[in-house]
Design a protein around this ligand. Structure first.
Ligand code: P6P
Length: 332
């Protein structure tokens, strides 16, 4: 029997939304549409040379912008603006937040997004992803969106999720009532519920970190990395080292199989590399709804009060017992 579609699921679960006015459903539908368009472009990237490679510009992060970064950014902004429900967007690809004018100023919601995370992997055919986070605005409807609307703690998210453009394209999201995964059938142009009520294991044996940073991070974390390599059958060690350099792909694998992903502060990135608003908070919402944990090495990520749009934080996310074990080494 064919599974329920994403569209049917959104409508069926609308009554669970804190604000069941249909607006959140409409936002999720526009994200669904944009992800289909980006899926199509990514899947032909190997053939359409004009969309591969770098643009020759850098974003505010100092990262070289890929052509598909800007393409995906444009597609999601257009899809989100069209519904007149979103009053503004914060994107990894834009230095400042985007404030919509006209009727869109009446919109009650804002979105923070990384339109194409891991995009430097596209040219080598490694999975990439879109990460999104949705909040209700705190400034009055009908006025221009403000920076404060975007600097809300992750606990205020009304929905969050990601799209993984991998061997198959999947959309995984939560509205605070569990985490559900949908797989895209490109022959029909439909996402089907393939991973209902996703739960990650309390323990696992996958450790994901760029260990090239071993000598640039704290002694506590170096001790943890050494711990993962010790032979001890009782505690399922040595762990399996898996790191593909694409956060959404690494996160998704660990969500399904159990594991922990760590991007710590390092000598050359004292605040870490990953961005709080549109990478760490949305994935934290997804993992917590699936029974996992997400911290900055000590504090629950979603309780951090953001101070700037592109704020970076150290990040530990995954199976709760593995996150606790990382903490025990990092906070000795
Ligand atoms: P490094 C991609 O740029 C990204 O933001 C994540 O997708 C990925 O996990 C990380 O950076 C990779 O960073 O320093 O290991 O190359």
């Amino acid at each position: 029997m064919q599974s329920i579609t994403l569209g049917e699921f959104i409508i069926e679960n609308q009554q669970h939304f804190k604000y069941s006015t249909g607006e959140l459903s409409s936002i999720l539908s526009s994200i669904r549409l944009a992800s289909k368009i980006v899926h199509h472009e990514i899947n032909k990237a190997g053939l359409a040379k004009h969309i591969l490679g770098a643009v020759g510009t850098e974003n505010i992060q100092g990262e070289e912008q890929q052509k598909l970064d800007l393409y995906a950014n444009d597609v999601f902004i257009k899809a989100l603006k069209n519904r007149g429900i979103i009053c503004g967007i914060a994107s990894e690809e834009d230095d400042d937040f985007i404030a919509f004018d006209g009727d869109s100023m009446k919109g009650n919601y804002i979105v923070a997004m990384d339109p194409l995370d891991g995009s430097s992997n596209i040219d080598v055919n490694v999975s990439v992803g879109t990460i999104f986070s949705i909040y209700r605005r705190i400034s009055p409807a009908g006025t221009p969106v403000t920076l404060e609307d975007f600097l809300q703690p992750g606990t205020e998210q009304v929905a969050a999720g990601y799209v993984l453009y991998g061997s198959s394209t999947m959309l995984i999201y939560t509205t605070g009532n569990g985490t559900n995964g949908f797989t895209y059938d490109s022959s029909l142009g439909v996402f089907y519920l393939s991973h209902p009520d996703m739960k990650t294991s309390k323990d696992g044996k996958i450790f994901s970190m760029n260990e090239g940073n071993y000598n640039r991070t704290s002694q506590g974390l170096r001790d943890y990395i050494d711990y993962t390599k010790e032979v001890d059958d009782f505690s399922n060690r040595p762990y399996t080292a898996r790191y593909i350099g694409s956060l959404v792909a690494d996160f998704h694998r660990n969500l399904l199989k159990g594991g922990v992903y760590v991007y710590p502060s390092t000598d050359n990135a004292p605040k870490g590399k990953l961005r709080l608003l549109y990478e760490c908070n949305p994935l934290a919402f997804v993992i917590e709804q699936a029974g996992g944990k997400a911290t900055d090495g000590k504090n629950r990520i979603m309780e951090l009060k953001p101070t700037e749009l592109h704020q970076r934080v150290p990040y530990v996310i995954g199976s709760s017992n593995m996150v606790d074990k990382v903490h025990s080494f990092m906070n000795k």
